[in-house]
Write a new protein. Sequence first.
Length: 73
Amino acid sequence: MYKPIEVNKEKLTLMGVKFPDLKTLENTAYGIGSNMYEGYEPTPGTISLIRDYVIGKISLQEFVNQVKTGKYA
């Protein structure tokens, strides 16, 4: 079942995870939201991981490795 997630555009946070700008926050929130309809349940840890990949802080390979090992949780 879809559950709304906390988005604070003034503080630029998604489930308490800080984003660098509004555009990145909104694009990430839309992407996560659409996947939630398919059963995805985000956590602050997974949102941080997605944010880090989206802003270029980590590579795709680092993203995949963290997902496989669960180190983002």
